[in-house]
Design a protein around this ligand. Structure first.
Ligand SMILES: NC(=O)c1ccc[n+]([C@@H]2O[C@H](COP(=O)([O-])OP(=O)(O)OC[C@H]3O[C@@H](n4cnc5c(N)ncnc54)[C@H](O)[C@@H]3O)[C@@H](O)[C@H]2O)c1
Length: 258
């Protein structure tokens, strides 16, 4: 089983935590129950960098303390704990894949659907370049980073997809459970992302600085050394240019979603 289904908006999870409990926690418990009932032995789970919270050190490796800053991250952490217990008691093998910031579009062009009301940076940048939004708001330009805006580790969905295939193979061969970070190991600032998007789209869209959002660490960058060692995985399509071009390729010809 590859278990990707979840609610994932960190801000919303702090306003409607019960919604996140029902879907993310109860949904996973139901899924684990169905797996046990049908003799299904392996699960690949979409976990998140949100399980770590504010970083104590960088790059963040899998041994970093886990102290989520929002309820969404808490649900991912609890599911990780369920998986460890179900392994201990029932022998279910798991791959906990802690994605950093997933971004980009399928490079083969098979998946062309647009996300509605996106909350992640890149789709918002695209909607601004298309003129569907008046401006891009950057939340805080006074962080302790070179240009003052937050730095994140963006990883292309094609790289993430490849990690899932490798994790399934690993579990299928009986090599045991694993927990790995999936990130590019490169930090990109919000401003750098916006500037690169302006160059690639050719649109000089409006950018406005806004107040910081609570709970946003200045910098998050992954160490994906363990994914390299255990799965032979590393990000290959996750440069800002590849992330933006693959996304713009889909957005540039689209009308605004309803
Ligand atoms: N996007 C990121 O940066 C990121 C980072 C870390 C982890 N993740 C995790 O990766 C997974 C996929 O994320 P995404 O960015 O593709 O999110 P997404 O919101 O685009 O996709 C999640 C999908 O799950 C579906 N879903 C939710 N609850 C469901 C349910 N009970 N039954 C059936 N379908 C349900 C939603 O309709 C949606 O299509 C999620 O578990 C998310 O928490 C995402």
């Amino acid at each position: 089983v590859i278990h990707l289904a979840a609610f994932k908006a960190a801000g919303e999870s702090m306003i409607h935590p019960h919604k996140y409990s029902l879907n993310n926690l109860s949904g996973t418990i139901n899924l684990l129950g169905a797996m046990l009932e049908h003799g299904c032995r392996n699960i690949v789970f979409s976990s998140s960098a949100a399980v770590y919270g504010e970083p104590n050190y960088l790059p963040i490796d899998e041994e970093h303390p886990q102290s989520p800053e929002n309820y969404y991250g808490f649900t991912k952490l609890k599911i990780e704990e369920f998986l460890s217990w179900y392994e201990k008691i029932h022998g279910l093998a798991h791959a906990k894949l802690r994605y950093f910031n997933a971004a980009g579009y399928d490079v083969t062009g098979k998946i062309m659907g647009l996300e509605q009301n996106p909350a992640n940076l890149l789709p918002i940048v695209m909607e601004t370049a298309k003129g569907w939004r008046e401006k891009l708001k950057i939340f805080g330009d006074d962080y302790d980073t070179p240009d003052g805006t937050c730095i994140r580790d963006y990883v292309h969905v094609s790289d993430l997809a490849r990690a899932h295939t490798l994790a399934l193979e690993h579990l299928g061969k009986g090599k045991g459970s694993l927990t790995v970070n999936l990130g590019s190991q490169e930090g990109i600032s919000v401003k750098e992302m916006a500037d690169t998007a302006k160059t690639i789209t050719g649109v000089d869209f409006k950018v406005e600085m806004a107040d910081r959002r609570p709970g946003d660490p200045a910098k998050l960058v992954a160490s994906s050394k363990r994914a390299q060692e255990l799965l032979g995985w590393e990000a290959k399509n996750s440069s800002p240019e590849q992330l933006i071009s693959s996304t713009w390729h889909v957005y540039k010809s689209k009308a605004a979603p309803l």
